[in-house]
Design a protein around this ligand. Structure first.
Ligand SMILES: NC(=O)c1ccc[n+]([C@@H]2O[C@H](COP(=O)([O-])OP(=O)(O)OC[C@H]3O[C@@H](n4cnc5c(N)ncnc54)[C@H](OP(=O)(O)O)[C@@H]3O)[C@@H](O)[C@H]2O)c1
Length: 241
């Protein structure tokens, strides 16, 4: 994708903003999700933002005036169908780990909750679904993580959104609150690799978030329903301020 000039991007943001659209975020309490919320509020491209999650976040003050929170039980998601009504765009940064949730729990969150949410979003009028997947996602992989991520992508694509965007970031760089020792060591190492080759093996969560927001204000590609953004493309999009 050719880089836009700051002026072109500014104009796209302005015309998107004038549509007064609503979006929802799944996973706004997570590392990418919270950067995404901050970027959406910074750019003010949506008139309303709904956070759909399993717990209420402490968001006080005028900065959050356009934010609504919906606390849902992901095991009984149909009971919360109304939370998915009326959003033009849906962002999904949901996910857990096998270490945290066990193999079955990981499949449940990273594939089934996402598929169910996507279906409710489509029924509620969402036309653009943005899914945070991962580098190497592949529904025929022998690795559970990559296979489940690939299955989630395929299932979301099959829901039939007017526009569906799949982000495949490499290792996420952030100051993670939660202790994940192996990831912490990898992140330190990759932070050094990133000094030499910034787009190869990692990407800061703030870059992913900015790339997502920049992406939604740009028109979709003609005749291409699912757009897959690999790590280098995410870096390129996320550089545009
Ligand atoms: N870590 C990496 O380097 C990496 C690399 C590429 C792609 N990814 C993928 O990118 C996505 C976002 O990653 P991240 O690190 O930003 O996420 P994160 O910080 O782990 O946050 C995950 C989000 O999912 C929610 N969640 C987890 N388990 C849940 C459950 N059982 N029910 C309801 N909500 C649940 C969390 O809510 P709570 O706050 O309530 O727990 C949180 O909002 C994930 O799909 C991940 O697999 C990660």
């Amino acid at each position: 994708m050719a880089a836009l000039t700051p002026e072109e991007l500014k104009n796209l943001r302005k015309s998107f903003q004038e549509k007064n659209q609503s979006c929802f975020i799944l996973g706004a309490s997570g590392e990418t999700g919270k950067e995404l919320l901050a970027e959406i509020l910074r750019q003010q491209v949506f008139s309303k933002v709904t956070l759909i999650g399993r717990r209420k976040l402490d968001l006080e003050g005028p900065l959050y005036a356009s934010v609504t929170q919906e606390v849902v039980d992901f095991e009984k998601l149909d009971d919360s169908a109304a939370s998915f009504q009326g959003h033009a765009v849906g962002f999904c940064c949901l996910g857990t780990t096998r270490a945290k949730a066990g193999a079955d729990g990981f499949v449940r969150v990273d594939r089934d909750y996402i598929e169910h949410s996507a279906k409710l979003a489509k029924a509620g009028g969402c036309h653009h679904f943005v899914l945070q997947s991962t580098k190497g996602a592949d529904n025929s992989s022998g690795f559970l993580y990559l296979r489940v991520k690939g299955e989630a992508e395929a299932r979301v694509e099959a829901v039939g959104f007017e526009r569906c965007s799949i982000f495949r970031p490499a290792v996420l760089l952030c100051d993670r609150q939660e202790s994940r020792p192996t990831e912490w060591i990898a992140r330190k190492f990759l932070g050094l690799v990133a000094l030499v080759s910034p787009t190869a093996m990692s990407v800061p969560t703030v870059t992913v978030a900015r790339a997502m927001v920049n992406h939604v204000v740009m028109p979709g590609k003609e005749g291409q329903k699912a757009e897959v953004l690999e790590n280098a493309a995410i870096h390129a999009l996320g550089q545009m301020k």
